[in-house]
Design a protein around this ligand. Structure first.
Ligand SMILES: NC(=O)c1ccc[n+]([C@@H]2O[C@H](COP(=O)([O-])OP(=O)(O)OC[C@H]3O[C@@H](n4cnc5c(N)ncnc54)[C@H](OP(=O)(O)O)[C@@H]3O)[C@@H](O)[C@H]2O)c1
Length: 277
């Protein structure tokens, strides 16, 4: 079994990757302060010695690096913290990967195309660092991520929709930003293909679905299945318009979900989750 180290296995994005892949590979997941699964290993990624120790012990063939501070808004108030986790930890991981001959899969963001804020700047700088991984790298650029994760509590957009369902209440969601969402299970599917075929390395790839929408539309399409309402909030986002390329997922030999399929599957998973709560 391929030995893999996954950072941020308790995060909204990382927990779904962990759940989807844990029985397929020798997956060791790390957490910082929230141990979502009992078998996860504690790791502070800003502690260089601790990172070096765990990688020397585990000797993974692949490191999937998910754990970053994810908020553009909070970055300006915690610049030193963001630099430590969102850049310096990447340097440590790449240094260690090169020492033991491991590959790196790095979860990045379309924000890397907008370096006017610190979050985007650090994502781009981390991408450049990850490209120095000698054994091979893969950079996955995400837009706003939608989909059910074992982490239902972190303050991510999808979890706000989920909270409406759990509390049986309507909600307000931004209707000003038009974008192509990233469907969370596509990440595990792409990563699985890459590892299984040991192919597609040394690329930067966009993971989005082929449909432009708003968060309010997504929330409405999900909440109406639970007889709830999504109201429009015009937050006036002025994110730069980026024509996200949705064709990459098919290059992995996968058939990506359409928007309709994504909503249908999310509703099915949420209904199942509520039944077993
Ligand atoms: N969610 C999105 O829409 C989206 C979009 C584009 C890109 N991304 C990228 O996806 C990744 C995950 O984002 P997310 O939305 O899942 O974020 P999240 O749920 O807020 O998780 C952030 C994670 O960072 C970990 N962390 C914080 N400080 C740490 C430290 N010192 N050492 C180790 N781990 C630390 C936390 O671990 P504990 O919980 O264990 O404390 C937490 O699991 C990020 O790289 C983000 O940039 C997300």
């Amino acid at each position: 079994m391929t030995k893999i180290l996954l950072t941020g296995a308790s995060s909204y994005v990382g927990a779904r990757i962990y759940e989807d892949l844990k029985n397929k590979y020798g997956l060791v997941g790390t957490y910082f302060q929230h141990q979502l699964f009992p078998e996860l290993v504690q790791l502070d990624l800003t502690d260089k010695r601790a990172v070096e120790q765990i990688i020397s012990q585990q000797k993974p063939k692949i490191i999937i690096h998910v754990a970053n501070y994810p908020s553009v808004k909070e970055a300006a108030n915690n610049e030193p913290g963001y630099i430590k986790l969102n850049k310096e930890a990447t340097e440590t991981l790449v240094g260690m990967a090169n020492k033991i001959g491991a590959k790196i899969i790095f979860i990045s963001s379309f924000a890397a195309l907008n370096t006017s804020d610190i979050y985007g700047k650090l994502k781009l700088e981390s991408e450049e660092i990850v490209k120095k991984t000698q054994a091979g790298y893969l950079i996955l650029r995400l837009r706003l991520v939608i989909g059910l994760s074992p982490n239902t509590v972190n303050d991510r957009s999808f979890n706000r929709i989920l909270r409406c369902v759990i509390n049986q209440q309507s909600g307000e969601f931004d209707n000003s930003w038009v974008f192509r969402p990233t469907y969370l299970p596509h990440l595990s599917q792409v990563i699985d293909q890459v590892i299984k075929h040991n192919n597609f390395w040394n690329k930067t790839i966009s993971i989005v679905i082929d449909h432009e929408t708003t968060l309010k539309q997504i929330a409405q399409d999900i909440l109406k299945e639970f007889e709830l309402e999504a109201k429009a909030a015009e937050r006036g986002h002025d994110f730069p318009v980026i024509k996200e390329d949705a064709s990459a997922i098919a290059e992995f030999g996968l058939k990506p979900a359409t928007y309709k399929e994504m909503i249908k599957e999310i509703v099915r998973e949420v209904k199942q989750m509520i039944t077993y709560r």
